[in-house]
Design a protein around this ligand. Structure first.
Ligand code: GAL
Length: 399
């Protein structure tokens, strides 16, 4: 296990153009872009925002979207970096109009999407929408964009849409590469920069979607439970080498605040997503968050790991039974590390410098991103007790 994870970690560093002769003096040479990217300039750091699906499913309307935009600003989440307000499935009528255009549901979105985009933009936020690379979306309640890619992309642009989540249901067996590429070109021709979130996890999208979209799903839908969250974290971990600025692995949206996990479990969820450079898309009702939920979602020190300019996805680097160490490099020779106790009782977890790629003699300061405290002059390893299902997250800075 040790050797395997160390190899993975070194490979990650190398794939980011980082040399590891002496990791304490790691040289970061920014040469990630060897591959062709979607040239829309978006997603240089993983996207942050909110999406309606995890909490509301199909029970959405324009009042909810406006209220959410209000809450994101008034609570300070916007200042913390959340910018996209994303409408998921079920926003359109089942039938297109006589010209083949998508029609917002008159009952739930009577003012139309353009008015909503104006409202959201006036708050300094961006509006996202959802469609599907098939004939009907996954809810079976509205049309997909298959065969209407150019028309729908133009409609979205004319409404002022900033983000498209593009799902995979009812796709008639046409290869995802073909279907998702078509929408990529349509978005590029739409006259507006639109973040392209590929919602497709079959056939290993990481291997091709980094040339097509700004992010791609690596897992089936997340549910609001410990087992679901941990398995999504592990599945997403396999694809780490494909992530880079402009193109991110997506282990699905956050469940923080939806009630199915404990505060410590949600803290672990948020920490691992940030270390893995995952999209941070809030999935709870931001209009009525508890203090604990807000404290997790607005932790700027953790968010800064997700948004670190180096853009290298952190990975699981060591594991003893249920005790895990996850780590990843950051800009300026720093490293982020998480000690994660997936077991049932409090245990000591140790991260050795060799796990993290640091020279054994390196002395670091360790910033605890949840306690907001700093420890100085730490050498060789960091070792702390961690409660069941909790984690400790640090930034290590060589002194
Ligand atoms: C799923 C997707 C979810 C949500 C849902 C809507 O395929 O993974 O995130 O968008 O469809 O029907």
């Amino acid at each position: 296990m040790h050797l395997k994870v160390l190899f993975c970690f070194s490979f990650l560093l190398l794939s980011a153009g980082i040399t590891t002769t002496d990791a304490a003096h790691t040289t970061f040479t920014r040469t990630y872009d060897q591959r062709i990217l979607l040239e829309n300039g978006l997603g240089r750091t993983p996207q942050m925002g909110w999406n309606s699906w995890n909490h509301f499913g199909c029970k959405i309307d324009e009042k909810l979207i406006r209220g959410t935009a209000d809450a994101i600003v008034s609570t300070g989440l916007a200042t913390a970096g959340y910018e996209y307000v994303n409408i998921d499935d079920c926003w359109a009528e089942l039938h297109r109009d006589s010209q083949g255009n998508l029609v917002p549901k008159t009952e739930t979105f009577p003012s139309g999407i353009k008015a909503l985009a104006d409202y959201v933009h006036n708050k300094g936020l961006k509006l996202g929408i959802y469609s599907d690379a098939g004939s009907v979306t996954c809810s079976n309640e509205m049309p997909g964009s298959l065969g209407h890619e150019e028309q729908d992309a133009k409609t979205f642009a004319s409404w002022g849409i900033d983000y498209l989540k593009y799902d995979n249901c009812n796709n008639h067996g046409i290869s995802p590469q073909k279907r998702y590429q078509k929408m990529k070109i349509a978005l590029q021709n739409s006259g507006r920069p639109i973040f392209y979130s590929i919602c497709q996890w079959q056939n290993n999208p990481a291997t091709w979607a980094h040339e097509v979209g700004n992010s791609w799903r690596t897992t089936d839908d997340i549910a609001d439970s410990w087992d679901s969250m941990t398995s999504r974290a592990d599945e997403n971990d396999k694809w780490a080498t494909y992530a880079k600025p402009g193109a991110w692995n997506d282990p699905d949206m956050l469940e923080v605040g939806n009630g199915g996990m404990t505060t410590e479990e949600y803290r672990s969820h948020f920490s691992i997503w940030a270390l893995a450079k995952a999209p941070l898309l809030i999935g709870c009702d931001t209009r009525s968050m508890s203090n604990e939920t807000y404290e997790i979602l607005s932790n700027k020190e953790v968010i800064a790991i997700d948004a670190n300019t180096l853009g290298v996805q952190g990975v699981k680097v060591n594991k003893h039974g249920q005790l895990e160490v996850w780590a990843g490099p950051l800009a300026d020779n720093k490293a982020a590390v998480i000690l994660w106790n997936r077991g049932d009782s409090t245990r000591h977890i140790t991260a050795n410098w060799s796990d993290i790629g640091l020279n054994s003699t390196t002395v670091v300061t360790a910033r605890d991103l949840w306690a907001h405290t700093t420890r100085y002059s730490i050498k060789g390893h960091i070792s702390v007790p961690v409660k069941s299902h909790a984690c400790k997250m640090y930034v290590l800075t060589p002194q």
